[in-house]
Design a protein around this ligand. Sequence first.
Ligand SMILES: Nc1ncnc2c1ncn2[C@@H]1O[C@H](COP(=O)(O)OP(=O)(O)O)[C@@H](O)[C@H]1O
Ligand SMILES: [Mg+2]
Length: 323
Amino acid sequence: MREELLRLNNLCVDYRVKDGYLSAVKDVSFSIEKGEIFAIVGESGCGKSTIAHSILRLLPDHNEVIKGNIIFNGENLNQYSDKQMEAVRGKKIGMIFQNPLDSLNPVYTTGKQVAEGIMLDKVTREEAWKRVVNLYNDVKMPDAERRANSFPHELSGGMRQRVMIAMMLARTPQLLIADEPTTALDVTIEAQILNIIKSLRDEHNTSVMLITHNFGLVAEVADKVAVMYAGEVAEQGTVFDIFDNPKHPYTKLLMKALPRKTKKEGRLQTIEGSVPRLTGVKRGCRFENRCPYSMDICRTENPPKINVTDSHFFNCHLEKGGE
Ligand SMILES: Nc1ncnc2c1ncn2[C@@H]1O[C@H](COP(=O)(O)OP(=O)(O)O)[C@@H](O)[C@H]1O
Ligand SMILES: [Mg+2]
């Protein structure tokens, strides 16, 4: 039987900005089961990173208003103290980001930084170092021992991301949040990193929340997909629901813009217009101004949730989605 690991209930995040509040995430609900790869896909500015940072409590302090619940392993993380959250970060929920340099300390060798995490579990320095080299081999780091003795600036982008994954693997978290982990990497390295993420799930039953703006990548690795637009989930389903039977006009446009061959084409740049700036309370569908099927009601009423199957829904005034 499948078991739920993470659940968001009506998560809303508003950032305080000069002219009021910016609604970055609105009423987002989904759950991730153990051993599942759940992708969140959407253009830049759709609120994907805000969701990740909310879960880890890494949002800039006093700048935002958060509503809704984040349930992890049956416990409400909202009720955790900052100290309890520190114990969750890294150990229970691991994370990798687009730019590993932001997370690596330039003045220590990468191996020393990975070893530090391992030594939190009270193992000796020698034992920790052995594990570092093993982990580097696990993440297919070329010339593992030498790379462990290298400083971050001496490594390529792909190698740095391998360091981040090794660091995360050292703690064997239950959930990995990967926020655009391969965006800065070329296609070959991207495929290798995705394979490491997949084997992590296969070997340790780790759940993965994969955040990306690359719809093509989703088809390759994800079990389930939430398509986000301007802070809201436009459509959600299994990878088969979404790719075989897309319903929301936005998902359909993304499908059309789907990369066929090169990574560059995979960027979601082919849809007219841009994500609206979401300050002030507005009713209606957030995709309305870019939607080819826009109707009067789309400007005045929030779109209803339409269930296609038990696993598949979309939010739209068009009963069957745009045809
Ligand atoms: N610290 C912040 N203060 C104000 N607005 C922010 C902040 N961080 C992000 N935003 C805004 O919130 C929206 C969602 O951003 P983000 O979650 O980074 O989107 P994504 O990861 O999908 O690109 C964007 O409009 C962005 O400009
Ligand atoms: Mg982001």
